[in-house]
Write a protein that binds this ligand. Structure first.
Ligand code: SF4
Ligand code: SF4
Length: 391
């Protein structure tokens, strides 16, 4: 197969430009090469042999945040992310080389199979003040990381048992935010589900996918196929929309449907009771949830089960917050500019909580809140629901 035929789907782009106003990198730069249409044209030029594979070309593709806002708006349904990932894989271009050795090792350890050991090491690293060794990591790591004491199975705690689900824990959530996982398990148990955390599950592969590491993605896909092969699961639940988006697009697909926790629990919440909470919360919807994984559940409606809670939503055209996987570490200027824009409404109207369904966005936004001197507590929406559940 020639390179040109491998990229024949680039022709689907009719160059209408409807995606441009929705693209954060184009909006910031006003440079066509930093737009979806421009990037597709660059890939087309390269695949047809009209353009050399230069650093400039790969940088334009590498600057993309993979937020997929463009795909959602595209009338021709151009599979932009798939084309961009294929390009990165074909050309072995990845921006992770822009990271220092410590950051690269940390990401490798985080996505590897020894997360419990990494969790212990990270707690030591934070406790001893060694984190001053890496300013880049120090900015996004939480001040404290809890010990990971997750069990493999949890029984339903509801009077009526509804079924059995598997929980995908995600490497960053498991190490840096086990609170969200525990809260999700607690809610699922009270919705009537037995919950299993398959021991052999691996990283979803999102970081490697966007870095063009096709072989590693294939390995994770195979390992997760095996880990979640039990046909007794009603669903595979994800708590980080970045992982959920990747798992739900596995090729071949996982045999059990992959569902974001908010979509899954929505039908069961009316049977539960929640304590009122006199507080305010901004709800951030990650790009991977709104542009890829969501089945359309309105999380505001879920949170409305908590009476007295004042919920504030960002504009529907809210752009990427800049976290974008490892982009917040490799493309700091763009990441910080987009974060500043995202946090603007919170700065104008501070709230007690900032809720986000993706660990990467939560870490990035939390760092931004700190630098702006804002005290909102960053939580996953399920943590607030779990905290207020009447049991
Ligand atoms: S994925 Fe996001 S950043 Fe990349 S081209 Fe599309 S809209 Fe722009
Ligand atoms: S909206 Fe779709 S068809 Fe139109 S320029 Fe963007 S990618 Fe191409």
């Amino acid at each position: 197969m020639t390179i040109q035929s491998k990229f024949s789907d680039v022709d689907l782009c009719v160059k209408c430009g409807l995606c441009l106003p929705h693209c954060p990198t184009y909006t910031l730069s006003q440079n066509e090469n930093e737009s979806p249409r421009g990037r597709l044209a660059l890939i087309q030029g390269w695949s047809e042999g009209q353009l050399e594979l230069s650093d400039t070309l790969t940088q334009h593709i590498g600057n993309c945040l993979t937020c997929r806002a463009c795909e959602k708006m595209c009338p021709a349904q151009v599979p932009y992310a798939e084309i961009s990932n294929r390009f990165r894989s074909e050309t072995a271009t990845s921006s992770t080389h822009q990271l220092g050795l410590l950051e690269r090792s940390a990401i490798k350890a985080l996505t590897g199979p020894y997360r419990k050991a990494f969790n212990a090491l990270l707690r030591f690293y934070l406790k001893t003040g060694l984190n001053k060794c890496s300013l880049t990591l120090n900015e996004v790591l939480p001040g404290k990381v809890l010990a990971n004491q997750l069990k493999q199975t949890y029984p339903s705690l509801a009077p009526v048992k509804q079924g059995h689900v598997a929980l995908f824990t995600g490497c960053a959530s498991e190490v840096l935010d086990s609170k969200t996982i525990k809260d999700a398990i607690f809610l699922l148990q009270h919705c009537g589900f037995n919950v299993t955390l398959p021991k052999t599950q691996r990283c979803c592969g999102a970081i490697d996918l966007h870095a063009g590491n096709k072989k590693q993605v294939e390995l994770y896909t195979q390992q997760n196929h095996l880990a979640f092969s039990d046909n007794n699961y009603d669903a595979i639940i994800t708590v980080a929309s970045g992982c959920g988006a990747t798992l739900s697009e596995y090729d071949p697909p996982l045999t059990t449907q992959v569902i974001d926790i908010s979509d899954f629990i929505a039908p069961f919440l009316p049977a539960l009771s929640f304590k009122p909470l006199t507080a305010s919360a901004w709800l951030h919807t990650p790009c991977t949830l709104k542009n890829v994984q969501s089945k359309g559940t309105d999380i505001v409606e879920l949170l409305n089960n908590i009476s007295e809670l004042d919920i504030r939503s960002f504009n529907t055209d809210q752009m990427c917050c800049g976290a974008a996987g490892t982009q917040m570490l490799t493309h700091k200027k763009t990441a910080q500019t987009l974060r500043k824009q995202t946090l603007m409404p919170i700065k104008q109207r501070p709230a007690d909580y900032l809720l986000s369904s993706n660990i990467g966005c939560a870490l990035h936004l939390n760092a931004g809140l700190k630098s702006e001197g804002l005290n909102s507590q960053v939580l996953h929406p399920v943590s607030l629901l779990s905290q207020q559940l009447k049991v």
